[in-house]
Structures are given as structure tokens and as C-alpha cells.
Design a protein around this ligand. Structure first.
Ligand SMILES: Nc1ncnc2c1ncn2[C@@H]1O[C@H](COP(=O)(O)OP(=O)(O)O)[C@@H](O)[C@H]1O
Ligand SMILES: [Mg+2]
Length: 258
């Protein structure tokens, strides 16, 4: 189910502005990869190219390849909507559909795919909420609005919504940045539980979080303001935090910038 991602020489643009230059990396299935680096170095931009969300932004353009088990997501004839189903995404701020019930939030993607059978929908809702560690908290209020949940519950609801359509890859852009420490730990535990079934990429500003949840860490940096962001190195997380190859990585993880 989980798929391997090979990124090859990615250049990413917003109109004339090149935001990211020359990124190549391999992301292994059934692993968690953390993207770290200072603000503006292109972490979110790279993440959005992994499910073709970047091109939704006006002027958004990509050069290079992103291969999912060897298949180029950017090859002609590939349907970006299908790509986004295979490569799910969870955002920084929990964004459940506010007026929809908890049940309908989770079922929304399946309904879009044309599933109407109530029994099937109920099964998927339960399985996804269990998978997101939320079932016990919401099973008696499935028909209440998603907006009534706490921030941490809403983020788990968004994860349930993402996994309901059975993606192979899960992208998470700072999924805990709006959450309190307890909810953050719940999401981190969940990421660890999901890992055997998915390929997970998480952007985080929290280095302890990267150290706790990820197997591999990619450090991005800007050479200078206005220059494109680059991948400085990617390696086992313990290596990046204890013995990185690059000086810039060491400066960043030890809190010494530049
Ligand atoms: N929608 C956008 N339009 C134009 N430029 C953008 C847009 N989003 C991000 N950028 C620019 O791309 C660069 C990388 O941003 P981003 O990927 O958001 O960095 P990070 O996630 O590492 O903080 C920055 O210079 C940022 O200003
Ligand atoms: Mg970002």
C-alpha cells in the first residue's frame, strides 16, 4: 500500500520567482520523513509538489520529476485529482468542513468518489475514526458538527478524512502548530501508529517533534534572502541531530543560525 517517492532535480516557481532549486531525494515507504529548516526555505512548497497541489496556485510551476513507485506524477496524462487521492494532505490549521457532521466530514471524500451505500460509508467512517484514534471520543456524536470538537480532535478528524479514501502517502504541513502539548502528543502517537501502512512526510518547526516521530530528516536552507531554497541534506534522523555532514545543518539544529 505505502509507496516510495523519488524526487529528481525539482525546481519550483511562483511566476518568475524560483522558490526551490535542485531538490532530489528518496522517501521510503512505511517511514516518517521530517522536513525542517527556517521559515521561507520552501518546505511547504516542496510538500505541495508531492501531490500536485502547487500548480493550483496561480503562477505555480514545477520542473523535474516526482516518482511514486517509479511513476512520474507529472507525466502527461496523469490526472492530478487521482494523484491527490493517492497522496493525501493534512494542513497546519485543522480545517474540517464546519457545517458538516463528524460523520459527513469523514465520508466526504468517498461521496465525491461516488460511494452511496450507507453500510459501506458507515464502515469506512468507523474504520477511519478508529485509525485516527478518535472513534471512542466521537462515536456517540457522529451527527454533531465537526466544528464542535476541540482543536486536537479536529486535527484527528482531518486525518480521519484523509485516510478514509485510502491514500498511500500522507503529507502533513505543521499539523501540530495550532495544538496544545497534549493534543500534539496524541497526533505524534497517531503518526507512529500510521507509519506501518503509509509513507508519511511531515513539515515541522519543532525539532523535538522531528526527533521523536521521524526516521529520516531533510534539512532545507536559503543561501540568502531572495534566493531559492535548497535541500542541504537528508539522512537518518539520529544522524542529522547528532552528527550531520553539513555545517549549516549543525548550526540550525544547535540553534546557531548562519
Ligand atoms: N502562494 C505563494 N505565492 C508566491 N510566493 C509564495 C507563495 N507561497 C510561498 N511563497 C514563497 O516561496 C518561498 C518558500 O515558502 P514556503 O514553501 O511557504 O516556505 P516554508 O514552508 O519553508 O516556510 C518563500 O519565499 C515564500 O514567500
Ligand atoms: Mg510552511
Amino acid at each position: 500500500m505505502a509507496k516510495r517517492i523519488d524526487v529528481e532535480n525539482l525546481n519550483i516557481f511562483y511566476g518568475k520567482f524560483q522558490a526551490v532549486q535542485g531538490v532530489s531525494m528518496t522517501i521510503e515507504p512505511r517511514s516518517v520523513t521530517a522536513f525542517i529548516g527556517s521559515s521561507g526555505c520552501g518546505k511547504s512548497t516542496v510538500l505541495r509538489t508531492l501531490n500536485r497541489m502547487h500548480e493550483v496556485i496561480p503562477g505555480g510551476r514545477v520542473e523535474g520529476q516526482v516518482l511514486l513507485d517509479g511513476q512520474d506524477l507529472y507525466a502527461s496524462g496523469v490526472d492530478p485529482v487521482g494523484v491527490r487521492r493517492t497522496v493525501g494532505m493534512v494542513f497546519q490549521r485543522p480545517n474540517p468542513f464546519p457545517t458538516m457532521t463528524i460523520r459527513d466530514n469523514v465520508a466526504a471524500g468517498l461521496r465525491l468518489n461516488g460511494v452511496k451505500n450507507k453500510k459501506k460509508l458507515d464502515e469506512v467512517v468507523e474504520r477511519s475514526l478508529r485509525g485516527a484514534n478518535l472513534w471512542n471520543e466521537v462515536k456517540d456524536r457522529l451527527d454533531k458538527p465537526g466544528a464542535g470538537l476541540s482543536g486536537g480532535q479536529q486535527q484527528r478528524l482531518c486525518i480521519a478524512r484523509a485516510i478514509a479514501v485510502e491514500p498511500q502517502v500522507l503529507l502533513m504541513d505543521e499539523p501540530c502548530s495550532a495544538l496544545d502539548p497534549i493534543s500534539t502528543l496524541a497526533i505524534e502517537d497517531l503518526i507512529t501508529e500510521l507509519k506501518p501502512k503509509y509513507t508519511i512526510v511531515i513539515v515541522t518547526h519543532n525539532m523535538q517533534q522531528a526527533a521523536r516521530v521521524s526516521d529520516r530528516t531533510a534539512f532545507f536552507n536559503l543561501e540568502a534572502q531572495g534566493k531559492p531554497g535548497r535541500l542541504i541534506e537528508i539522512d537518518d534522523t539520529t544522524r542529522i541531530f547528532n552528527n550531520p555532514k553539513e555545517r549549516a545543518t549543525e548550526d540550525y539544529i544547535s540553534g546557531r543560525f548562519g
